[in-house]
Design a protein around this ligand. Structure first.
Ligand code: SF4
Length: 306
C-alpha cells in the first residue's frame, strides 16, 4: 500500500471510530478496503453482521443489493453506500413484475430468491437464500412444491444436481463467475496436477463437475485454511485471495481465470469510503411498505439457515 492509501486508511479508521460507524465489506472488495473494515464476509455473513451490530450507522462496502439488505434488516439505522452506482448485473436482470406474472401462472409455487436481487423482488418472494445456505433452505421446502429460483440459473442447476430436485430457474447468471471455462480449468490442472480445484456455485454446472470442492466464498476460504495441501485453483472473484493469504500466507493460490474481477465490487475505493463517512452519503433507504415485505423473506432465510 502506498503512503497516500495508508494515510486515507488511518483517517477512515479514526473517523469511523469517532462517529461510531460500523464498516462491513464483502470478500470481493479491494484488499485495502477489507483491511479497514470492522467485518469482512460473504453476503450472508454481511447481512447477519449488519443485523447484529449495535452501531447507529452502517457503511456497506459492497454492491447495491448488499446495502439494501442492511437497510431492510436494520430499520431506524443509517445505512451508507460509498458508491451507490456499484451494482450487480445479475441482480438487475429480475424484476418484481416477472415474479408476480410467474405466480399467476403457478399459484402454488414457492419463490426462492437469491439475495443478489433488488428489495422489491425480495418483497414478492417467499424466502431468500445465499450461496452458503441455498441448499440447506431448499432441502427444508416441501418436496411436492414447485420451486421458482431467481435469478441465478447456474446456482439453481448446481443445487438441482446435488439434490436431485427440479428447480425452475430464471435465465440469468453472474457475468463474472460465468467466465470460468472448462478449458482453463483443464489447462491449469495439467500445469498444477497436485492443486485442488475450488469453485463457487455461480459457475456453470460443467465447471463444478471438474471441481474437488464447490461452495460459497466463505466456504472456499474455510476449505483452503483447513486443507493440508498447498496449491489451489480458485474459481471465484480474486478478492478472496486477500483473506486467505492473510490467514495462511504459505498457500499457493491460482486464479481459475484472469477475468475473475468484478468491476462493480472494485469500483469502491478508500477515497469514496472516506468521503461517504465525512459527508454521510449516500444514505440507502427502502420504502417502508417494500421493506416490511422484504424483511419477511430475509428473516425466513435466517431462520431456515440456522
Ligand atoms: S461477482 Fe457477480 S454476482 Fe457478485 S456482484 Fe459481481 S456481478 Fe454480481
Amino acid at each position: 500500500m502506498n503512503q497516500i492509501a495508508k494515510s486515507i486508511s488511518l483517517e477512515i479508521l479514526e473517523k469511523k471510530k469517532q462517529n461510531d460507524i460500523y464498516v462491513i465489506a464483502h470478500y470481493y472488495q479491494r484488499d485495502e478496503i477489507q483491511d479497514i473494515a470492522d467485518f469482512v464476509g460473504d453476503s450472508y455473513a454481511m447481512a447477519l453482521a449488519a443485523r447484529n451490530s449495535d452501531s447507529s450507522v452502517i457503511l456497506v462496502a459492497g454492491v447495491d443489493f448488499m446495502a439494501e439488505t442492511a437497510a431492510i434488516l436494520c430499520p431506524g439505522r443509517t445505512v451508507l453506500s460509498p458508491e451507490p452506482a456499484a451494482t450487480c448485473p445479475m441482480a438487475n436482470s429480475i424484476t418484481a413484475d416477472k415474479i408476480i406474472r410467474y405466480r399467476e401462472e403457478h399459484p402454488d409455487c414457492i419463490v426462492v430468491t437469491y439475495v443478489n436481487t433488488p428489495a422489491d423482488v425480495k418483497a414478492v418472494s417467499d424466502v431468500c437464500c445465499t450461496s452458503s445456505n441455498a441448499e440447506r433452505i431448499i432441502r427444508k421446502l416441501p418436496a411436492d412444491k414447485e420451486i421458482f429460483f431467481v435469478p441465478d440459473q447456474n446456482l439453481a442447476a448446481n443445487i438441482a444436481n446435488r439434490l436431485g430436485r427440479n428447480l425452475d430457474a430464471y435465465p440469468s447468471f453472474c457475468p463474472i463467475h460465468n467466465l470460468v471455462t472448462e478449458a482453463s480449468i483443464k489447462e491449469l490442472k495439467e500445469k498444477f496436477p497436485q492443486a485442488e480445484v475450488l469453485v463457487h456455485p455461480e459457475c456453470k454446472p460443467e465447471i463444478l463437475e471438474l471441481a474437488d470442492y464447490a461452495g460459497s466464498t466463505a466456504g472456499i476460504l474455510n476449505h483452503v485454511v483447513e486443507a493440508e495441501g498447498r496449491d489451489f485453483i480458485i474459481g471465484t472473484e480474486c478478492g478472496i485471495f486477500h483473506p486467505i493469504l492473510k490467514a495462511c500466507p504459505e498457500k499457493n493460490l491460482i486464479l481459475a481465470s484472469e477475468k475473475l474481477i468484478c468491476p462493480n465490487m472494485k469500483s469502491i475505493t478508500l477515497d469514496k469510503i472516506l468521503n461517504s463517512i465525512v459527508e454521510r452519503q449516500t444514505v440507502i433507504t427502502v420504502p417502508e411498505e417494500v421493506r416490511q415485505k422484504a424483511v419477511l423473506a430475509l428473516e425466513k432465510m435466517i431462520s431456515m439457515a440456522s
